[in-house]
Design a protein around this ligand. Sequence first.
Ligand code: APR
Ligand code: PHB
Length: 390
Amino acid sequence: MRTQVAIIGAGPAGLVLGQLLSNAGIESVIVENRSRDYVEARLRAGVLEQGTVELLRDMGVGQRLDREGLRHDGIYLQWPGTRHHLDFPDLCGRSVWIYGQTEVVKDLVAARLDSGQPLYFEVVDTAVHDLDTDRPSVTFLDSDGTAQRLDADLIAGCDGFHGVSRPAIPASARHTWERDYPYGWLGILAEAPPSTDELIYAWHPNGFAMHSMRSPSISRLYLQVGLDEELDDWSDDRIWAELSTRLGHEGWELTTGPILDKGITPMRSFVSEPMRYGGLFLAGDASHIVPPTGAKGLNLAVADAKLLADAISASYGRRGHDLLDAYAQTALRRVWRCTHFSWWMTSMLHIEGDDPFARQLQLAQLRYLSTSRAAAQSLAENYTGLPYGW
Ligand code: APR
Ligand code: PHB
């Protein structure tokens, strides 16, 4: 097969890229190693920045998001005795939307299939070749077991943290920066109406807790847990009791309900450079991971895809290759900003060890955010999302 852009991975990065290219009249082929059912059911992030929402609308995939997404005009920051609301429109003129990544992926897969451009699910043995030539290629076995070879002008590696794209860049040309946090998040999805109108991020001596949601009848909640803790140690009753303690606030009660899903995820910050190697361009989790505290992972993947789509479109037009040559640098500036914001939110809200000095610093920072407009504005502009070309 021959195409203009070979895209590896049908997560948010690959699907947004494919759709933007298709809208610009550029052909692509997407290859994905999981099944359609699997990628449409995978439980992931849930907060969309305003820029992500506007982009999805402009792309023509915003109808269900506009019907079912919940606009949130702020978040609550909480510590014992205080639940402080940050008003985003007042602070920075923007909002965020609650709409699961799972739903975004379903909408994008439907749009892809409508566009008639190829999307191969359940491929195996994906490999990239000839990255340092102007005819890179991708080989794979399709779901029938037939060997395929895809020649392209360029390859977009949108295959997430465990994909094949990043490792295809020679180790001598790669540099990585990493931070593993000594805790994880135990997350539950519950059939319980949210007990809050907006997300609550709570600092508590027992550990961080958070109240999010997916719809007016489904809550998503998280607890900081130690890396040595197992799901089996956490009965449903224990989870609800600990959530009630950590999220507790005078005059407020947590509504409980049947737990539909639970899991423990480790937290990590990771950035790999370069984001471009010859004919291979990385986007999303293939190149960077942020801890979930700032709700940046999905939005950053979409932002990379937007920058890459604009750069590819320009390269086929009169503007030439300048944007494509600048892609890695432009994307990385934003990646590092979001890496800092996610690390900062994480460090401010999680309990690490038994260090009374560190705890006082965290509380001082939280009080500062609740009393200084300048400090609150900084959080709001990062949380609701920086412009793509930042
Ligand atoms: N061949 C084909 N597809 C692959 C391969 C491979 N060898 N390896 C991985 N994939 C697929 C995965 O199955 C997945 O569907 O690539 C896709 C990558 O998607 P995501 O992991 O969702 O990554 P991305 O699109 O960058 O979106 C980042 O996802 O992990 C969350 O928190 C993260 O919200 C962020 C978002
Ligand atoms: C979620 O709803 O899954 C969610 C929300 C906000 C975060 C992280 C996760 O910061």
